[in-house]
Design a protein around this ligand. Structure first.
Ligand code: NAD
Ligand code: ZN
Length: 344
């Protein structure tokens, strides 16, 4: 089968590889749509993310949807022909985080396109049947692939306690920040403010329903947020840029007793935090790592029209043009936000 295999920094090859083998609890999926994520771009650029280093050739891609073409002997819930969104992180199911319902924190999780696990930019993948979620016929396979990034936004809003009437600040309007905008609104947030350096991304945030879009460097974001909230600050601030400065803005703009959610992962692990603000406002600083049990709710939000992930898709390329797809995603060519690779 054809696959987009990363050999090392800047060495992505489209080549023929052996198809995967299936076990009795698995389904075999004909991959149809894969979204390019910032982490895929990062592996392409530097061959690593932190301690995860591409030592052996690895197939990229983890935002996946496709059609079931074979089911293992023990599989009950899925049939050949079912269209599925694939949750990419398979936990061990036996450790403490797994058993206490936080399987995203499993130390032995095997996550697609995270070394040494191959990803989904290829024609066929195998998934445990319970991590492949059937989507209704009217949900496109592009939308099904984007259940993955939507899950990050959903988990961030859950951890942030976003609820009806919440006032929310989101720093960074990349695909993840924009997904947080849509999720916060779907959760009933009534005022959602967004910041970014790039105006076209902010325009997209407004198109998605953001109440105010603030240009970092041009607007005094902290002042603007205080003004927009009558001096009160926001209930929840969700940091989605990885920038230290944006983390400061979140801490400064959160209301006393508010919550700051850390989604963005910057290049530096050690950053400064305005600690007097955190202490004297009794802020809750919460981290998020991927997501846990978000797929059913995310699919509901998309299938009922509460969230339209299609609005994030700016480009589509066939697998044969995967290099071009990565170039668009990396450089933001032609206003690229979410680039999809169509397989098969
Ligand atoms: P992205 O790079 O496409 O978007 C980041 C956006 O932040 C860009 O639009 C950029 O212009 C903007 N930005 C940069 N500096 C800023 C500043 N000072 N203030 C406001 N905006 C600023 O990335 P993405 O795919 O949207 O992902 C966002 C972040 O979330 C990344 O850091 C990524 O690593 C992280 N992430 C974390 C998790 C997790 O589980 N915690 C999961 C997925 C992604
Ligand atoms: Zn585990």
């Amino acid at each position: 089968m054809k696959a987009a295999v990363l050999y090392g920094p800047r060495d992505l090859r489209l080549e023929d590889v052996a198809p995967p083998e299936m076990g009795p609890d698995d389904v075999l999926i004909s991959v149809r749509s894969v979204g390019i994520c910032g982490s895929d771009v990062h592996y392409l650029q530097s061959g690593r993310i932190g301690d995860f280093v591409v030592r052996d050739p690895m197939i990229l891609g983890h935002e996946t949807a496709g059609v079931v073409v074979d089911v293992g002997a023990n599989v009950k819930g899925l049939r050949v022909g079912d269209r599925v969104a694939v949750e990419p992180g398979i936990p061990c199911r036996t450790c403490e985080p797994c058993k206490t319902g936080r399987y995203n924190l499993c130390p032995d999780v095997r996550f697609l396109a995270t070394p040494p696990v191959d990803g989904s930019l290829c024609e066929l993948i195998v998934s445990p049947a319970d991590f492949a979620y059937k989507v209704p016929d009217h949900v496109t396979l592009d939308e099904a692939a984007l259940i993955e990034p939507l899950s990050v936004g959903l988990h961030a809003c859950r951890r942030g306690g976003v609820t009806a009437g919440s006032t929310v600040l989101i720093t960074g309007a990349g695909p993840i920040g924009l997904t947080c905008v849509m999720t916060a609104l779907a959760f009933g947030a009534t005022r959602v403010f967004v910041t970014d350096l790039q105006e076209h991304r902010l325009r997209k945030a407004e198109e998605l329903g953001a109440t105010a879009a603030l240009v970092v460097g041009k607007d005094d974001v902290r002042e603007a947020v205080l003004e927009l909230t009558e001096g009160r600050g926001v209930d929840v601030a969700i940091e989605c840029s990885g920038a230290e400065r944006a983390l400061h803005t979140c801490v400064q703009a959160a209301k006393p007793g508010g919550r700051v959610v850390l989604v963005g992962l910057g290049a530096d692990d050690l950053v400064t935090v305005p600690m007097v603000h955190v202490a004297t406002k009794e802020l809750d600083l919460v981290g998020i790592f991927r997501y846990v049990y978000t797929y059913p709710a995310a699919i509901e939000l998309v299938s009922t029209g509460r969230i339209d992930m299609k609005k994030l898709i700016t480009h589509r390329f066939p697998l044969e043009e995967v290099h071009k797809g990565f170039e668009y995603a990396e450089k933001g060519i032609d206003g690229a936000i979410k680039v999809m690779i169509e397989v098969g």
